[in-house]
Design a protein around this ligand. Sequence first.
Ligand SMILES: [Cu+2]
Length: 150
Amino acid sequence: MKMNTKTLVIAALLASLSATAQAESTLTIENPKAFATPATAMSGGGFMQITNTGPTDDALIGIQADFPRVELHTTEFTDGVARMMHVDDIAIPAGETVALEPGGLHIMFMGLNGDPLEEGETIPATLIFKNAGEIAVTFDVVKRDMAHSH
Ligand SMILES: [Cu+2]
């Protein structure tokens, strides 16, 4: 009986701790998705919208996923030619929504090497933010909408 009470107290403590952690998270991740790639593709793009509802600027500084390499990329256009460049971080200013989208900022899943991203698959990943810390997300692999290709 005594044991049960103690267990209940610990459970209640843990519940309140996780509720606190959630209340302090001011980042909302919406619509994480990746496009299905051709069989020979070496990399695939990941996209989402990140909203910072808090009073403090934050930044996406990394991502972990089960690929040989995962990078943060931006896209630059020179004379109409798109070129992807690696960036160290992506600023998520207070009160703003930052869209990672085709032709702009994106996540690059690299080293696919014969194991393409397939429609219907999901990609579990952990986003790492400067202030908010780690946030788990799951990317849905969807067919690429050709109207928005870059
Ligand atoms: Cu890229």
